[in-house]
Structures are given as structure tokens and as C-alpha cells.
Ligand binder design. Structure first.
Ligand code: FAD
Length: 301
């Protein structure tokens, strides 16, 4: 637990984040980040597509405190949408509201997201609003509510560590939802703290949305959860077109291929860009074994 807190703390260090941007992918991050530019990302996406795997693309960006940075992030995401369309890639977009200026000004962020939703809508490309920490949760749902009046190509994430996830999943049952355990450190008045509680709630939410909801993206590397879902969908005769499994780029690669070849819809989360540091530190927080990646990188020079 202590190590987890250390890495979450490091992920929030703006100085290290800015420094890391100057040096390209380091410390083993290249195994879990699909390059620093769009050309590299599209190449990875096409390779995954060729293996029967669809992708959700995250143009990494954090610590956005200037409007100019948020505008740049928006323009980059528009470029990704154009590239997906041009290359006819089997891919959609994942984005973080903070990247589009949520911490600067809600209305400004909403306008950025509106422009992205409109462009993606033209091409029939889905936009997933990734969920960040608790402070950004409600404003992110508010933006989804607002833009859903105009566009139907939007969905979001339910984080199982939150107590309020039961209400949120019910409210958003007609949306395509990604269900995750939750990646940030949250206080005990709003979130479950133990792995047992989070895992139990996670399964409950997945089952609920599979039975009552629109499309379910089960985003986990946990083979126990995956095996449980396989059994559950069989017992309840839920067809494969109602759900997919999702994993992060570079994680459990064999299992990703196996699930796709077993006939399940599979979607890989493909992050790319210079702003890899916070993303990479959160992955180390989730699974300190990922430190092996760092160790290999440092000792095989
Ligand atoms: P864990 O609880 O970390 O692991 C459970 C068990 O699975 C482990 O004990 C181990 O036995 C096995 N396992 C896990 N990883 C591996 C591995 N690499 N190799 C071998 N065995 C392994 N979080 C958010 O807060 N917001 C988001 O928008 C968000 N989007 C996500 C999108 C995707 C596609 C994914 C996969 C995750 C996302 N997350 C998001 C992160 C998520 O909330 C969890 O923090 C993260 O997935 C770790 O939990 P887990 O379910 O994968 O398994």
C-alpha cells in the first residue's frame, strides 16, 4: 500500500512530469506507451487491428493549467480523429477532461469537448470520457449530460471504488460504459479502501450493467474477474455483441490475443504522446511488479 501511495504521489509531481516530457519515453515506459507521436500510434493500432483487436486511443496529457495547452490538446485529439478516419482504423477516442481545461474553466472545457464530440460524430467515432479523481467526477458527468443532448457518440467510466457508483451506473444505464476498479487515491468518506471491497463491488457493477445496461466494457487485467464474466454471460445468455474486454497497451499481451481469438470483443487502450510520465507512474502504483520494466531498462543499458 505504501509503495502504491509513493507512485500516486510521483504521478502528481508536476516538475517531474515536465522534465520527463523533454526526454522521450524512458524507464521502460516504451513497453506500455505506443510511441510519442501519432504516426507511431497509428502503426500500433493497425497492428492490433490486424489481430482482431479494436483500440481506444489516448493522446496523453496532464497538468493543464493554461488555456493554450488545453487548446493544443484539443487540436491534437482532432488530429487523432482525422487519422482514425483516414486510415479506417478500428478505434475510438479516450480523453481526460483535465486535459481539455477542466481545472481552468468548466465552460471552456465543455466547448473543447463539444468540438471533439461533433467531429467524431461526423465520422461515427465513439468518444469515451475517462474518469479521473473524485473532484473531477461530477463536472465530468455534467459535461456528458450536457453534450448527450446533441450527440449520441459519448460514454464514460464507472469506478467501482466509489460508493456512488451504484447510483451512477443506474443513471447512465443507457450509455456505453467502461467499468473499472479505479486508479486514484480517494478518501474513505467517498470510496472503498480495501481490495476485497473494491473487487466485490466491481463484480456487482459489471453484472448489473451486463443485465440492465447498454454496452459494457470490462476494463481489467484481473483474470479472476475475466473468468467470472465469461461464466456469467454464459449463464445469462448475454451475447458477445453486448460487451467487450479492455486492457491497457503492453499488459498481458498473450491474454489479450487469447480473448480475441476465443471470439470475445477485445479493445486495447493505446496511450501515446510526450506526456507519458503520470500515466506510467499510475501503472507502477497499480502493480509494483511493473517495476520489472524499469529495472530491465536501467540494467540492460
Ligand atoms: P488489479 O486489481 O490491479 O489486479 C488484480 C490481479 O490481476 C492481480 O493480483 C494479478 O493477479 C492480476 N494482474 C493484474 N495485472 C496483471 C499483469 N499486468 N500481469 C499479470 N497479472 C496481472 N481507472 C480510472 O480511475 N479511470 C479510468 O478511466 C480508467 N480507465 C481504464 C481503462 C482500461 C482499459 C483499463 C484496463 C484500466 C483503466 N483504469 C481506469 C484503471 C483501473 O481503474 C485499475 O486501476 C487498473 O486496471 C488495475 O486494476 P485491475 O482490475 O486491472 O487489476
Amino acid at each position: 500500500m505504501v509503495l502504491k501511495d509513493v507512485f500516486i504521489g510521483l504521478s502528481q509531481n508536476q516538475f517531474l512530469n515536465n522534465t520527463a516530457k523533454k526526454y522521450g519515453l524512458k524507464l521502460g515506459a516504451q513497453s506500455v506507451v505506443a510511441g510519442t507521436n501519432l504516426t507511431e500510434a497509428i502503426k500500433s493500432i493497425k497492428e492490433l487491428n490486424a489481430k482482431g483487436i479494436s483500440c481506444t486511443v489516448d493522446n496523453l496529457g496532464e497538468f493543464v493549467f493554461e488555456k493554450s495547452e488545453a487548446t493544443e490538446a484539443k487540436n491534437q485529439i482532432l488530429e487523432v480523429i482525422e487519422a482514425i478516419h483516414e486510415h479506417q482504423a478500428d478505434a475510438h477516442i479516450s480523453l481526460k477532461p483535465s486535459q481539455l481545461g477542466l481545472d481552468i474553466d468548466y465552460s471552456f472545457c465543455l466547448e473543447n469537448l463539444r468540438e471533439i464530440a461533433a467531429r467524431a460524430y461526423q465520422y461515427g467515432i465513439f468518444i469515451n470520457i475517462d474518469m479521473e479523481d473524485y473532484n473531477r467526477l461530477q463536472p465530468s458527468f455534467d459535461m456528458l449530460d450536457e453534450l448527450s443532448k446533441e450527440y449520441d457518440n459519448l460514454g464514460t467510466v464507472i469506478q467501482a471504488y466509489f460508493f456512488r457508483a451504484d447510483d451512477d451506473i443506474e443513471k447512465y444505464k443507457n450509455y456505453r460504459l467502461r467499468i473499472v476498479k479505479g486508479a486514484y487515491k480517494e478518501p474513505e468518506d467517498v470510496a472503498f479502501q480495501t481490495k476485497e471491497e473494491i473487487d466485490k463491488h466491481y463484480i456487482q457493477l459489471i453484472e448489473w450493467h451486463l443485465l440492465n445496461g447498454k454496452f459494457t466494457s470490462i476494463a481489467t487485467h484481473d483474470h479472476r474477474v475475466i473468468n467470472h464474466v465469461k461464466q456469467f454471460v454464459k449463464e445469462h445468455q448475454i451475447s458477445n455483441d453486448k460487451f467487450e474486454f479492455q486492457m491497457l497497451y503492453g499488459f498481458r499481451k498473450e491474454m489479450q490475443l487469447d480473448l480475441a481469438s476465443e471470439g470475445y470483443n477485445f479493445c486495447t487502450y493505446v496511450p501515446f504522446g510526450h506526456d507519458w510520465y503520470g500515466y506510467f507512474m499510475r501503472r507502477l502504483a497499480e502493480r509494483p511488479q511493473n517495476l520489472n520494466l524499469v529495472a530491465k531498462q536501467v540494467f540492460t543499458k
